[in-house]
Design a protein. Structure first.
Length: 333
C-alpha cells in the first residue's frame, strides 16, 4: 500500500535527522482517497464477510434510485476500512514521537485537504456538490512545544494559515503579501473565534462561493442558468484533462497583475465547467443550531448581511469581475 510505504519513508527520515535542527518533513499519504481499496484485515473490522467485488469508487453526483441503501453502506464500510489503515499509519508516527520524546522540541501538524460525501445531503463525491461540512470542515491537529496539550480551539482558521504558521515557527521573517496568518501566537492565549479571521471564504471555481463567519455559512450559487461566466486566470494553458482548446485561447484577454499573480500580468480565459451550482441555488445555514445542515434558513435579513461579507472578502482578495457577474453581485461593485 502506497500510504504504508510513504509513512515508513517518513519515519526513516525522522530516524536520520531527529538529532538535527531546523529540518522540515511533509508526509503526504494521498489516502484516504478513491479507490477505497484496503487489505481484508481492515475490511473485516466493518463487515464479517466482505465481498469480493467491493464498491470502492463511486461516481460523483447526486444519489438516486440506482444506488441502494445497501450499496451506500458497503461504500461507507470500505471508506471506514481505509480510514482505519490511515489511523494505524498515523499511530506509528505518533509512537515514534513518544519513543524519541520529540514532542519537547518539534512542531507537528496533522490535517488534510478535503472530505468526501458518502450519501450525505444526497450527494457522492467532493468537488461538484456544495461544500457542506463533510467536505470543508477538516481535521486539524497541532502540537507545539510551548502550547498546552489537549486543548480545543474554535478560532477560525484555514489551510492558508499553514505557511504563515511554519514561517513563524522557524522564525523566518515573513514579508509576503498573504491572507493566511500564523496561529501559534493566538493559541498561546485564549483566542476568540475571530482572533485571526473575521470570516473565511472557500469554494470551487464554477461552484458555490461560500462565506463563514463563525456561526452562519452562506453558499452563493450562480444566478445564471448557464452557471457562467466561468473564467480562469492563468499563464498555464493546460487543464487536468489536456490543453485548452484553440478557440478558447483565441478569445483570451491579457489582464494587469494583481495580488494573486504577485502583480505579474496574466491571461483570463472563459471556460466551461461540469459543475452546476444554479440548479441547487443559494444556501444559508446556522451551524450553531443546525450542525448537520439539514434545515436551510429562509431569512432575507441574515442573507443580506452574509452577501455583504462575501462581497467585501471577494473585493479584498481581488476576485475577477466575472465572478461578481456569475454570482449576481456586480451591482455591489
Amino acid at each position: 500500500m502506497s500510504s504504508v510505504k510513504t509513512v515508513e519513508a517518513g519515519i526513516e527520515f525522522l530516524k536520520t535527522y531527529q538529532e538535527e535542527d531546523n529540518w522540515f518533513l511533509q508526509i503526504e499519504c494521498f489516502d484516504p482517497h478513491e479507490p477505497f481499496y484496503v487489505p481484508d484485515e481492515f475490511r473485516k473490522l466493518y463487515e464479517n464477510n466482505p465481498g469480493k467485488n467491493p464498491f470502492f469508487w463511486p461516481r460523483y453526483g447526486r444519489t438516486d434510485d440506482s444506488i441502494s441503501a445497501e450499496a451506500l453502506l458497503e461504500l461507507r464500510n470500505e471508506y471506514a476500512a481505509l480510514i482505519s489503515l490511515c489511523d494505524q499509519n498515523l499511530g506509528k508516527l505518533l509512537q515514534f514521537f513518544d519513543q524519541q520524546n520529540m514532542w519537547e522540541d518539534t512542531l507537528i501538524i496533522i490535517n488534510t485537504d478535503h472530505g468526501f460525501l458518502l450519501g450525505e445531503h444526497n450527494w457522492l463525491g467532493k468537488n461538484i456538490a456544495p461544500m457542506y461540512e463533510e467536505i470543508i470542515h477538516l481535521p486539524f491537529f497541532l502540537s507545539h512545544p510551548d502550547l498546552e496539550k489537549g486543548k480545543r480551539s474554535t478560532m477560525l482558521s484555514q489551510t492558508i494559515d499553514l505557511p504563515a504558521t511554519l514561517l513563524d515557527f522557524f522564525e523566518i521573517d515573513n514579508q509576503l503579501d498573504m491572507d493566511g496568518k500564523s496561529i501559534i501566537g493566538a493559541l498561546k492565549k485564549e483566542p476568540s473565534v475571530h482572533e485571526n479571521h473575521r470570516e473565511i471564504i472557500f469554494g470551487t471555481n464554477g461552484g458555490h462561493v461560500n462565506i463563514f463567519d463563525g456561526r452562519y455559512v452562506y453558499m452563493r450559487a450562480s444566478v445564471h442558468p448557464s452557471n457562467g461566466p466561468v473564467t480562469i486566470q492563468t499563464l498555464n494553458f493546460a487543464q487536468m484533462r489536456g490543453f485548452i482548446k484553440k478557440e478558447i485561447l483565441d478569445q483570451m484577454r491579457l489582464k494587469e497583475g494583481n495580488r494573486f499573480t504577485n502583480q505579474y500580468p496574466y491571461a483570463e480565459l472563459e471556460v466551461s465547467t461540469f459543475i452546476d451550482s444554479y440548479s441547487t441555488g443559494h444556501l444559508l445555514f446556522d451551524l450553531e443550531k443546525d450542525k448537520a445542515q439539514e434545515e436551510p434558513l429562509d431569512n432575507p435579513e441574515i442573507e443580506e448581511k452574509m452577501i455583504q461579507k462575501l462581497f467585501e472578502v471577494m473585493k479584498k482578495i481581488e476576485a475577477p469581475k466575472s465572478e461578481f457577474v456569475r454570482l449576481g453581485l456586480e451591482n455591489y461593485l
